[in-house]
Design a binder for this molecule. Structure first.
Ligand code: GDP
Length: 455
């Protein structure tokens, strides 16, 4: 049985908590794309956890977690994340964590290039999280990646690393030489790794990337992760034949997908459910069930078109109510009302069978709740999600639904909800054309309603 949990919007929909909730019924949870650029927040009886790389199933003792070939993995970041969780009492070992031998490693030079490029672009920067994701995927498609399985052949690995560093240093010298010459600023701009070391101090020698430093980094990581790296395709195929239940956990949402999202303000990977089996290592398998996570209002991190954006006090109040500050970076998120145009598109490209509607409790303070029903593109009204410049100039067309103006965080069944909250849910359900199965009304594990159960 293959289940997928994916984001319908721009990410930060609350996927982590739904995976945490539904992982109870799973044997295996897989991440299949992205890297440590996103953060999933999970609150349960053991505490509050922010997961950047590890699948959310890591918080369940009986779940095996897979990091698939579709990911780009900063091994040092993973090392630090494992350390943090272990300190909180979570057990992590090769028995419950399996890393694909075909995943690409996000190397320190990928992070360095990411930060150098944002620095070079200055006012035109993409708003990258600076965690090396785009350069790591760029290398993947340029066929210049180091993959996790390469660590089993250290001599060949060193040869490729040498050639890669030579190649990278051509760009470092020609494109970023001036920036790196300002050593004090470069130190700050390149920042620190997850263990607090300055990238500049550790990896830049004589204005260039140091092969020796990169090689030493790989040696340390190879030793630590040696026993975690396996052929996850074989592992998952065997698990399926034993009748195991597998869940794919996406990072980010449909509108950040490299093909279907708000390009170029997208992630560099496929956030789409259909990519799950490919990115985990079982490309021949088909999904049995896809649950889309859709937020009761909108939020968006970083630059790019965001049609329903609120400004001023209206935005401040919603941002504060929803705690809309990035889990990975702490950046304030842009916020707005529910966008039916973007969400319907998200439901379609994700192929969602059912939806979880999250953070409904956040809207409890509103008298009238704005919902975007269409886009006005230079005077032409459309309900189809546009692309390119049409999206950049789109203006929202709003309707307003009545608020419920009371605390709903204690509601646990549909009939506990005030009538206007139920109306809001069914309005959104109709607007996107997909059944809302779950409604979440708080961050805690049990703060949700199964709309099919009213007892
Ligand atoms: P993800 O990346 O999709 O997992 O989303 P994030 O973890 O970035 O954002 C979700 C945030 O909202 C986290 O802080 C969750 O603990 C919190 N959260 C999730 N669902 C609810 C909900 O129904 N109500 C409230 N108040 N908070 C929620």
């Amino acid at each position: 049985m293959l289940t997928s949990i994916v984001g319908i919007n721009w990410g930060d929909e609350g996927k982590g908590r739904m995976v945490d909730l539904l992982s109870e019924q799973q044997d295996i949870v897989c991440r299949y794309q992205g890297g440590n650029n996103a953060g999933h927040t999970v609150v349960n009886e053991r505490g509050k956890f922010i997961l950047n790389l590890l699948p959310s199933g890591i918080l369940r003792p009986n779940v095996v977690n897979v990091m698939g070939n579709g990911m780009v993995i900063d091994l040092l970041h993973l090392y630090s994340e494992i350390g943090r969780l272990r300190a909180a009492g979570i057990e992590i070992s090769p028995a419950n964590l399996k890393i694909s031998d075909r995943a690409c490693i996000t190397m320190p030079y990928n992070v360095i290039f990411d930060r150098l490029e944002e620095w070079r672009l200055a006012d035109h920067a993409y708003g990258s999280t600076g965690r090396g994701i785009a350069p790591a995927y760029g290398d993947k498609y340029m066929k210049k990646s180091i993959r996790t399985g390469d660590i089993f052949y250290p001599d060949a690995l060193k040869e490729s690393l040498k050639a890669l560093i030579e190649y990278k240093n051509l760009t470092v010298r020609s494109l970023y030489g001036n920036l790196l010459a300002d050593t004090e600023t470069a130190r700050v701009k390149l920042g620190r790794d997850s263990e607090g070391n300055y990238y500049f101090d550790r990896f830049i020698k004589g204005g260039e990337l140091s092969f020796d430093a990169m090689s030493a980094w790989l040696d340390e990581m190879s030793e630590y992760f040696h026993d975690y790296i396996v052929d996850t395709g074989v592992y998952l195929t065997n698990a399926l034949s034993e009748g195991k239940r597998i869940m794919f956990e996406a990072q980010l949402g449909a509108l950040r997908d490299i093909d279907f999202g708000i390009y170029p303000f997208t992630s560099s990977s496929s956030t789409i459910a259909a990519y799950g089996p490919i990115g985990a290592g079982i490309p021949g398998e088909q999904l049995d069930y896809t649950l889309g996570i859709m937020k009761a209002y909108s939020s968006c991190v970083g630059a790019g078109p965001f049609t329903v954006e609120m400004f001023g006090d209206e935005a401040e109040v919603l941002r504060a109510a929803g705690g809309e500050y990035g889990a990975a970076t702490g950046r304030p998120r842009r916020v707005g009302g529910f966008d039916a145009v973007a969400s319907r598109y998200g439901v379609r490209v994700q192929g969602a069978d059912e939806l979880a509607f999250t953070k409904l409790d956040i809207l409890s303070y509103m008298d009238k709740i704005p919902v975007c029903v269409a886009y006005d593109i230079n005077g032409k009204i459309t309900t189809d999600f546009p692309v390119g410049e049409a999206l950049n100039v789109a203006k929202p067309v709003y309707e307003y639904l009545d608020g419920w103006k009371c605390d709903i965080s204690g509601c646990r069944k549909p009939s506990d909800l005030p009538a206007n909250a139920r109306k809001y849910i069914s309005w959104c359900e109709d607007a996107v054309g997909c059944k809302i199965r779950y409604v979440s009304v708080g961050a805690e594990r049990d703060a949700y309603i199964d709309m099919d159960i009213d007892e």
